[in-house]
Design a protein around this ligand. Structure first.
Ligand SMILES: [Zn+2]
Length: 189
C-alpha cells in the first residue's frame, strides 16, 4: 500500500534515477503516442515515503496519476519493470481519461499486459465468436495494437496437432503506426 496523509507535491523523477523504469516508460509511451497521439508522454512522479524513501508513480504530464506506486523491487529487473510500468500507466490513463486503453485494433476491447515467452505483450480477451479467442496483440512498446498483429510463431518441431491458420483480419490498416515518437521525457528541474 502506498497511502500517504499529508499530500506533498509530487516531484518529477529525474531521468536516470531508475534506469529500468525509464526504459519501460519509454516503451509504454511509444504505445501511448501511437494510440493516443494527443496525449503528452507519461512520466515518473515521486512522492516521499514514510520510511524516507520514495514512492514512484506513473503520472500524466500535468502531474496527476491514479493507482498504486511502482513496486520498488520491479526496478531491478527489465521484465518486472516493464510489467509494473505498463500496469501503472494503464491505470492512470484509464482512470483519468475514462477510456479503455490500449484497445485491440481488431476487437476494440481494452487489453492487458501479460508476460509471454519472456516478453511483455498486450493481450486482448477476444471477440464473442468461438473463433475469436483471447490473443496476443502486440508487444508492449510495439504501438499498442494499432499496427499489424505480430506474425504467428513458427510451427514447433512436430508433435503438436496441426493448427488452423487464422483468417486475416478484414481490411487491416495499411501501416497504422506513424513514426513512434522517441522524444525523451521532459526534464523539469
Ligand atoms: Zn482482439
Amino acid at each position: 500500500m502506498c497511502a500517504f496523509f499529508d499530500t506533498p507535491e509530487p516531484r518529477p523523477v529525474p531521468a536516470g534515477a531508475y534506469p529500468l523504469w525509464d526504459g519501460a516508460l519509454a516503451l509504454v509511451n511509444r504505445d501511448l503516442a501511437a494510440t493516443l497521439p494527443d496525449q503528452s508522454p507519461l512520466r515518473l512522479l515521486g512522492l516521499p515515503a514514510y520510511d524516507g524513501g520514495e514512492h514512484v508513480y506513473v503520472g500524466m504530464a500535468n502531474g496527476e496519476w491514479q493507482g498504486n506506486c511502482l513496486d520498488p523491487e520491479s526496478a531491478g529487473d527489465p521484465l518486472d519493470a516493464l510489467a509494473a510500468v505498463a500496469d501503472a500507466a494503464q491505470e492512470t490513463v484509464v482512470e483519468l481519461l475514462w477510456r479503455a486503453w490500449p484497445l485491440c485494433g481488431e476487437h476494440h476491447l481494452g487489453m492487458h499486459a501479460r508476460e509471454d515467452g519472456g516478453r511483455l505483450s498486450w493481450w486482448c480477451a477476444g471477440g464473442t465468436a468461438p473463433r475469436e479467442p483471447a490473443h496476443l496483440r502486440a508487444a508492449v512498446g510495439g504501438g499498442g495494437g494499432r499496427g499489424r498483429a505480430p506474425p504467428p510463431p513458427p510451427p514447433g518441431g512436430g508433435g503438436g496437432r496441426p493448427r488452423l491458420p487464422r483468417p486475416p483480419p478484414p481490411q487491416g490498416p495499411a501501416s497504422g503506426l506513424t513514426g513512434a515518437s522517441s522524444r525523451p521525457l521532459a526534464r523539469d528541474g
